[in-house]
Design a protein around this ligand. Structure first.
Ligand SMILES: C[S@@+](CC[C@H](N)C(=O)[O-])C[C@H]1O[C@@H](n2cnc3c(N)ncnc32)[C@H](O)[C@@H]1O
Length: 234
């Protein structure tokens, strides 16, 4: 049987892929790349293309639509799982790549869970990656936490009505998935926590990276999916 490898690709800068993930990506014969739409482009794929040898390795694109409808998601998870297991049972190792780290809000998490439940005999190895949060903190030169401080990671789109709660409780809050609720997030920061500093980072680690310190200057319509906001005391 092959082994399933969850590989973190880091935030987008190929130099931020770990040595271990790169070594595995160059070796593993089947590389699965998640994407949101069958016809869309894949951020992870653009990184993978730099490293693999198409003569020796096969790239399989797996669609995971951006929806919170569990029954739709389960259908796509099952479909993806079936493809992955077919390769593993044929004795081929499979790499499942993710942006950032595989264990932080990634499509690898449900796949890993299903494999463990349904095929406990299959081996899984996970290689961590540089998270978007850590890359953004470094790019903006903002510490995330120090001494007794606490950090919350909030996927904003799923917590739109409670954005201000986390701001009241934690010294630092990283909001991921901000693009669809960006205006509400700006309002929460401005109204409830005007003394806190906020920085917006988009497409971190790529040539199009943007860092904006005054988040009120931004329009929701211009905020891409690959963007986050770090809000911090002081
Ligand atoms: C599904 S989560 C993936 C998180 C990823 N596994 C990680 O470790 O960072 C997608 C969200 O991560 C953030 N993100 C991922 N890559 C990013 C990047 N290069 N720049 C800014 N934000 C990014 C955005 O908030 C995006 O909506």
């Amino acid at each position: 049987l092959g082994t399933l490898f969850g590989l973190g690709l880091g935030p987008g800068d190929p130099e931020l892929i770990t040595v271990k993930a790169e070594r595995m990506l160059r070796r593993i014969p089947v590389v699965c790349v998640p994407k949101a739409r069958a016809e869309g482009s894949s951020y992870a794929r653009s990184i993978v293309n730099l490293l693999i040898d198409p003569d020796r390795q096969r790239v399989v694109e797996l669609v995971f639509p951006m929806t919170s409808d569990k029954s739709v998601l389960e259908r796509y998870w099952d479909r993806a799982l079936e493809k992955i297991v077919t390769f593993l049972v044929a004795g081929l190792d499979v790499a499942f790549v993710t942006e950032g780290d595989p264990m932080v809000h990634s499509t690898f998490i449900p796949i890993h869970q299903l494999i463990s439940e349904r095929y406990p005999c299959l081996a899984v190895e996970i290689v961590p990656g540089v998270t978007s949060m850590c890359a953004a903190a470094a790019a903006a030169r903002v510490p995330l936490v120090n001494n007794a401080e606490r950090l919350a990671i909030i996927p904003a789109v799923h917590n739109a009505d409670r954005l201000a709660d986390a701001l009241g409780e934690f010294e630092t809050v990283v909001f991921l998935k901000v693009n669809r609720v960006f205006d509400r997030l700006v309002k929460s920061v401005e109204e409830r926590h005007p003394a806190k500093g906020a920085v917006y980072v988009s497409k971190c680690g790529t040539a199009d990276q943007e860092i904006v310190w005054n988040i009120s200057d931004l329009n929701q319509a211009d905020v891409p999916y690959l963007s986050l906001v770090i809000v911090r005391n002081g």
